[in-house]
Structure formats: C-alpha cells, structure tokens
Design a protein around this ligand. Sequence first.
Ligand SMILES: *Cc1c(COP(=O)(O)O)cnc(C)c1O
Length: 498
Amino acid sequence: MLYKSTRSQLQPVLSAEAIKLGIAPDGGLFVPKEIPNIKEEELKAMASYSYQRLAAAILKKYLTDYTETEIEECVAHAYNRDKFGSTAIAPVHQLNDSLYVLELWHGPTCAFKDLALQILPHLLTKAAAKTGDSSTIVILVATSGDTGKAALEGFKDVPGTRIIVFFPEEGVSAVQKLQMVTQEGNNVDVVAVRGNFDDAQNGVKDTFGNTGFNQYLLSKNYRLSSANSINWGRLIPQIVYYFSAYFDLVVKSNVAMGEKVNFVVPTGNFGNILSAFYAREMGLPVNKLICASNANNVLTDFIQNGEYNRNRHFHKTISPSMDILISSNLERLLYHLTEGNHFMTSGWMNSLRDNGNYKIDENTFARIHKIFWPDFADDHETMETIRSCFKQYSYVTDTHTAVGLNVYQKYINTTGDKTKTIVASTASPFKFNTSVARAILGDAAVQGKDEFDLLTLLSEASGMEIPAGLKGLEHKPVLHQKTALKDSIKEAVENILK
Ligand SMILES: *Cc1c(COP(=O)(O)O)cnc(C)c1O
C-alpha cells in the first residue's frame, strides 16, 4: 500500500517511509492511497480473534511493506500483560441495553493513547531499519497532557531513538505533570512551554517544517520524527479497537453481525475519531460517528455549518486533553471526502494558517454531515454527567468520557435514534481525579486534599484499584526541570541534542 500527501502530488511512499518521516515533506499528512475493504466473510472470521491477532490482521492491511513476522513482533511488544492491566486490552463495559463503554485506559499511562504509543516505537525503529536509515530518530512531541507521558513510556530506552516532550506549563493536571517530569529513561527529555497547547504544537510543527534545521540535524545524524497523531503510525493501531469493540458485542449477542452501531468519541485533535472513520470506511457496520467536544467547540460548529474558525476564546476546561482549537487530523478527513483533492485540502489548510478559518464546499459538507453528528458539553454539564452516571450505573468515568456520555444524551434527545452505541472512554477516572471526586463525593469531601489524597479517596468510593502507573507518583524524584518560551522550541531542541 502506498501513501500520499494531503497537500500536493508528491511521489507516493511506502508505509515505512511515511511512519519514519511522520509528516510529509510538503507539510501535508500522509494518507493511504486507498482504504482497504473487509468483506462480511472476513468480518465473521475476525469476530473470534484475540486482540493481538486482530491487531496483526488490521495492521497487515495497511503495512504491506512490513513482513508478517515484523508486524507480529510489534504487536507482541505492545499488547501484553506487562503493559496492560486487562487481558482483553480494550474491554467493553455495558451500561444499559443500548449503551456501552469501550475502556481504552488499561495501559501504562491510563489513557487511550497507550494503545497507539506502545506499538509506534516498534513500528518506527523497524521503519528506519527497512529504509536503510542509521540516524538516531528524535521524536518531538507537543502534548496537551496524555500524549507526552504515553510517548515517553513507549519510547523510553528504545535503542536508536531520543524523545523530547513539550507540554504547556499551565495546561496539564498535577498528575499529568508529575507523570512527565518524573519520567525515567536514558533517552528522554521533558520541557515545560510558557504557553498553551496550540503554542507548543505550533512550535513543534514549525521545527519539523524548518528545512535548514532538519538538514543541520541530519548532518549530526539525527532525524526528526513525530509521535503526535499526525504520524500515520498512530492512527492504524487505533482502528483495531473499533473492530474489537464491535466484535465484543457480536460475541455476546448484543448486536447481530452486520447490525450497525454508533461510536461516540471525545475529540480534540481528531485522531481517535478519524480512526473510527477508517474503520467505517473499511466496512465495519457503523451508523453515526458522534463527535463530542468540550467548551472548545470548534468542531461542533464546523460539523454543523461547514466553517472552521479557530478565532475564538480558548477555554481551559476540566477535560484538558481536548482543549484544542486546531484539530490537525481533520485535514486527512477533508482529503478523503474530496476524493483526494489536494488543491482544495491545501487551500483550506493555508487559509487556516493565514486567517484562522476556512469554509468547505457544499459537497464535502454534505458528506461530513452524513457520517458525523457533533455536539459539546461544558464543564458544568460534564460534572453533572459524572454524577448521574455514578448514581445510575455505579460506574465512575473520567471527565473526557463524561463529555462523550453527555453528548450521547443530547444525540438521543435530538434524534431519538435507538442504535446501540459505544462510547470511547479515553482516560481512567483516576487520572483526572479532582474533578471526578468532586462530582461524585461533593465539594466538601475534596476540600483541602491534593490529587494524591484523592486517588485513595476515589479508590474507596468507587471500589476500583488505583492504577499501577499512578500509585506512589508523588514520591518519585523530579528528573526534568527545563522550560522554553513558546517561540524558542527549535533552540530548546538544539540545546538538548548538543
Ligand atoms: C488525547 C485525548 C483525547 C482526544 O483525542 P484526539 O485523538 O486528539 O481527538 C480525548 N481524551 C483523552 C483522555 C485524551 O488523552
């Protein structure tokens, strides 16, 4: 399978090249030339596969230049009992007759990004070897919290790689920050940026796009690459769990094979929901993809009226991993829905860069509308949803997942749709425990307690164990104290690699 850029008629490349480069040389994103289709016969066979076997089968369809053994090795490194606290890897929890939660947080850092970032380093080092590249791969990550830690855990001590993570100093939770600044490993650096997530992401993007700087680094045997969800290698592993969730319901006879389901996805950079889109295009029986945003509802407006406009107030919310105004992966969706029209796609992206907005044509808008249903939940609604979910189902969700549950409620209120629905649960409630504990226990119970007292409190209230990755975090030594101004990310990289 070959990969093209969303922005120009570049020579198509193999998947190893696309994964190694992270971003296309013209600044576009790599997309598969065609999306593989899975026929019903094959779907039926896959329904009984283990997560690992399913992952290998899906990856194989996209990574045609990797050998079967290489893919199986990558899968074995990533999805095992040392890394994941559930043998199912991504188990499904039933709330009622038509509502299910896909728990994507049983990995080492307690958020869905582990599903991709545990395997990406292996896909990447194999990609470098396959393309005859002997330079050290330097991963630059801009993070709104969860990506950074997940990438650090995935890449730590992986030979032939370095990783530098930039996080917005004031934009992550205390737990998220401690998870990162206590990171061990001989190839890791963590830098706090004086700015918000978009500042950090723009700084990293500019560094990737700086040809002169990249040449300079290559002369020192360093090759920049990306572990953000702009890297194609992040998206394929995420396709797997949409299939596995569906098959879970089939195996338990909750849905008949071929019956359509909805997926609700708490969305920020549009990576997770884009993987659901690929699953749907591949033939997974999906009705609607419900795009759930927080108060940073730029995607809600876009899917409702076809105009993307980032010129708006940036909200710091209790679901910080979705505090994003530029959803990078939307570019891939637009490319696919315009039948691979790189003129239109790059035009919109240039307008976004220059004016902060763009408006899509009627045709593309109609296509988006057919597949996606958008809405958002503000912080107050999110808290109410955590509370009512706990009351009704004795089930504790994190703030991001609660945004999804709230938007699902709005969806059924508006449409009356009875289609069985799976909500992607993107983080463990322990990771955002201040808001979660306040929602289910009340303000008084939380007063005067830090996030670490709250882990214990939440564990007692929910009957759930504190995840291994969060236990004892406050006693770990802080190993990283670097900071950078938002427009000196390149200089920070240069200093670290010196
Ligand atoms: C990253 C993240 C999201 C947003 O996912 P995207 O792929 O960026 O849309 C949602 N919830 C949590 C907990 C996350 O870490």
